[in-house]
Design a protein around this ligand. Structure first.
Ligand code: NAD
Length: 488
């Protein structure tokens, strides 16, 4: 795949523009290590102009109060994305390196469908409510509670599911009446500039309501966004390390900070589970080369059936289909960039050095001449205190850990600084559910049930973040609350 005709320009104040000074950077395809095109390299000045435009659009237009107009504009956005989605598909595969099959679901098509939830909530949401009369200091008053847009939102997104995560922030923020500056990861700019192009060319969204500023130097433009007093909220998805930095930067101006961060989620398989039915799908840890925050990367197997379980997982890993992302049969392509590739290989070496048994994979996928491919890798007999059992690897690596009994499984699962997701699989739904109540994570799949949906709150406990994305709770992240007293 060579040039994919991605949108090279930023969106600032309603116009598709080049960066100040005209600088660009290459968008690299991780499967070929070649450029698929260039994109504007936004500067700190560009970010400053985008913030100014978003502030003006919030303060000086009726965007935040005119719900019918917002709804019509968001419908235009959804229609425009749908109409041009075949232009986007090769761009996503090219810049993310994800298997093309995923773009028919969560990497592209289902995200456009899910935008309907944000459009519909504008009408269905209870924007104003009444608490009734209360007596205070001898005065009887009625209390009204009004929900209002929080203001200017800085949305900062990672590269693993870029289009989905861009829309997961832009959709509810715009529906709430906010104005937005979207700063995508430098690895995946087209998944954001595409949205900017559609907004500019296919919608009546007023200038400044959405701005898109990619940059090769995310720290410089990102740090202006997270510290500028004109910005009211930062909505961030990414690593826990950067999330902490952003929370610290944003504290000077006390912005609201919404964080979706990393994970090291556990899949607990109970001793009464149907192993033949449950365990083959554990190779889905390698889906999209393991670059998913909510993937269950620790497999907890009961000691009493440990060897039997490990054999099934091993067979599943040995047949996991990966390679050319344009091949519909593949479930994984390469890692997104050289840095991640080296990082993941470093963790694999660390696992071996710390004494875990590498049963499948364990190195670079040398059958490919080019690209950042890593073999699906399974480690067994992993010490829960070892590095590969504790740190987020973000690669196609699963660690199998034996446990003694249910209490031990819960203890190991919860013994993590993260708390994003998890799974329990057992023969009895009641037993699995009672285990699920004891796991400290924001989402959990029980006996194969899936928690994901446009109305499902998604987010983390502990160092996996704060706040929730999607659903009413996710929408409310972008709202302020005004309580009004009137004579009762
Ligand atoms: P990252 O934290 O390095 O970068 C995320 C975003 O922050 C990028 O846009 C980056 O350019 C920007 N950024 C980097 N430094 C910044 C700074 N100083 N100020 C402002 N912005 C800055 O993460 P990544 O490597 O792009 O993505 C992988 C991580 O994201 C993993 O840890 C993964 O678990 C996490 N993630 C979490 C979720 C979730 O919903 N919980 C979803 C996807 C990915």
């Amino acid at each position: 795949m060579t040039n994919v005709n991605g949108e090279t320009r930023m969106l600032i104040d309603g116009k598709l523009v080049d960066a100040t000074g005209g600088a660009t950077f290459d968008n690299i395809n991780p499967a070929t290590e070649e450029s698929i095109g260039v994109v504007a390299d936004g500067t700190v000045d560009d970010m400053g102009r985008a913030i100014g435009a978003a502030r003006r659009a919030f303060d000086e237009t009726d965007w935040s109060t005119n719900r019918a107009f917002r709804k019509a504009c968001l419908q235009q956005l959804k229609d425009g994305l749908e109409k041009h989605k075949e232009d986007l598909r090769p761009q996503i595969v090219g810049e993310v390196g994800c298997p093309i099959g995923l773009t028919f679901a969560i990497q592209q098509d289902s995200c456009i469908d899910d935008l309907q939830w944000d459009i519909d909530v504008i009408d269905s949401y209870d924007w104003e409510s009444e608490l009734g009369v209360h007596e205070f200091f001898g005065l009887r008053s009625n209390r009204l509670v009004w929900k209002e847009a929080i203001g200017v939102v800085g949305a900062i997104t990672p590269w693993n599911f870029p289009f989905m995560l861009n829309l997961s922030k832009v959709g509810p923020a715009l529906a709430a009446g906010c104005t937005v500056i979207l700063k995508p990861a430098p690895d995946t700019p087209y998944s954001a500039t595409f949205i900017g192009k559609i907004v500019a060319e296919e919608t009546d969204i007023p200038p400044g309501v959405l701005n898109v500023v990619p940059s090769a130097d995310p720290a410089a433009v990102g740090e202006l966004l997270t510290s500028d007093p004109r910005v009211d909220m930062i909505s961030f998805t990414g690593s826990t390390a950067v999330g902490k930095r952003i929370a610290a930067r944003a504290s000077d101006t006390l912005k609201r900070v919404f964080l979706e961060l990393g994970g090291k989620s556990a899949n607990i398989v109970l001793d009464d589970a149907d192993f033949a039915a449950v365990l083959p799908s554990t190779n889905m840890t390698c889906m999209h080369s393991g670059q998913g925050c909510a993937i269950t990367t620790r497999l907890l197997l009961p000691r009493s059936r440990y060897d039997e379980g490990v054999e099934i997982v091993k067979a599943a890993f040995e047949t996991f289909p990966y390679g050319d992302p344009m091949d519909f049969n593949n479930m994984a392509g390469p890692l997104v960039n050289k840095k991640q590739y080296e990082r993941v290989l470093g963790y694999i070496e660390k696992g071996k050095a710390e004494g875990a048994r590498c049963l499948v994979g364990g190195g670079p996928a040398t059958q490919f001449d080019k690209g950042y491919f890593v073999q699906p890798t399974l480690f067994a007999d992993v010490d829960p205190d070892s590095t590969i059992a504790r740190e987020e690897i973000f690669g196609p690596v699963l660690v199998a850990i034996p446990y003694e009994n249910d209490d031990d499984a819960v203890r190991i699962a919860n013994d993590s600084r993260y708390g994003l997701s998890g799974a329990i699989n057992g023969g009895s739904l009641d037993r699995a559910l009672s285990m699920a109540r004891r796991i400290r994570t924001g989402t959990i799949a029980v006996n194969g049930g899936q928690w994901f949906g446009p109305d499902s709150p998604f987010g983390g406990y502990k160092e996996s973040g704060s706040g929730r994305e999607h659903g009413v709770l996710g929408f409310e992240e972008y709202l302020e609350t005004k309580t009004v007293g009137v004579p009762g």
